[in-house]
Design a protein around this ligand. Structure first.
Ligand code: IPE
Ligand code: IPE
Ligand code: MG
Length: 255
């Protein structure tokens, strides 16, 4: 099996090497509410159960030597939900961080949060910063949690920072100019995107970074997404031919 890792490589600027095990997996963990409703439970029971699935998935990815796992936990549009559900999700996030960070650290996992932190309370921001600092030097799996994240927000914040840094640039901006300011600048682009819960949309997740990602949609609800369901996703990925604009014949000729 060939492993290749070049964080800043862009799929539109050069052809990335593909490996049998996706190096970066990005997941929209959807279907918690429906899982709970099916059991006549409050929606939040599904969120609680969902955290356990996250724990199992992180473990499995670390074992498989996946380099980056990026999980969509709360979108910039999820503030539109009822206040009590939003507060429950914030509380759950805080508790999970407090409870899990030492375990992550012990397993050499680096934790990074992407998203707009300005709407979080000070206590949560402090907990996020402490968790990131504790795990910053770890060299195993990088676990990224996207919270109050939106793909458009990401592109806009990066554009604003880029323009601020290069105010007098005469020529047109390039991908290389914007790359360092995008939230996921430290990671290769996702190889595999998984969305559970049956919906077939991107819901404003990593818009820039998904340019050549393989998409996998499953009806399985997030709290039911066990290791068998995850292996099915990996199996589907392994059957894909990643052409990046080329023809099949070129790929077969090794070009
Ligand atoms: C995903 O599950 C979790 C979050 C968006 C925080 P949902 O809460 O969207 O569950 P469904 O889609 O309503 O079933
Ligand atoms: C996407 O799920 C966001 C997260 C999983 C955090 P949603 O349930 O919010 O997406 P939509 O509203 O169905 O598109
Ligand atoms: Mg949903």
């Amino acid at each position: 099996m060939k492993f290749f890792f070049k964080p800043s490589a862009s799929s539109t600027q050069s052809i990335p090497e593909s490996s049998e095990i996706p190096q970066h997996i990005a997941v929209i963990m959807d279907g918690n509410g429906r899982w709970a409703r099916k059991r006549f439970l409050p929606r939040v029971a599904g969120h609680k159960r969902g955290v356990e699935i996250v724990r199992d998935l992180v473990k499995q990815c670390a074992l498989m030597d996946v380099k980056f796992l990026t999980l969509f936990a709360f979108s910039s549009e999820n503030w539109r939900r009822p206040d009590d559900e939003v507060s429950f999700l914030m509380g759950l996030f805080m508790d999970a961080l407090k409870r899990e960070v030492v375990k992550l650290h012990d397993n050499n996992i680096r934790l990074i949060l992407i998203g707009d932190r300005t709407r979080f309370n000070a206590e949560l921001v402090a907990q996020i910063e402490a968790s990131e600092q504790l795990t910053a030097q770890n060299t195993g799996l990088t676990l990224t949690i996207a919270a109050n994240y939106g793909g458009r927000w990401d592109i806009l914040q990066a554009t604003n920072l880029m323009v601020k840094t290069l105010p007098s640039k005469q020529s047109a901006f390039t991908e290389e100019d914007i790359a360092p300011y995008l939230s996921m600048h430290y990671a290769s682009e996702p190889d595999l995107f998984i969305r559970t819960g049956g919906e077939k949309r991107v819901s404003n997740f990593l818009l820039w970074q998904l340019a050549y990602t393989e998409f996998y949609f499953t009806d399985t609800l997030w709290p039911d997404f066990d290791s068998k369901a995850f292996n099915d996703a990996i199996g589907s990925y392994q059957k894909r031919e990643r052409r990046f604009g080329r023809t099949s014949e070129q790929l077969m000729a090794g070009k």
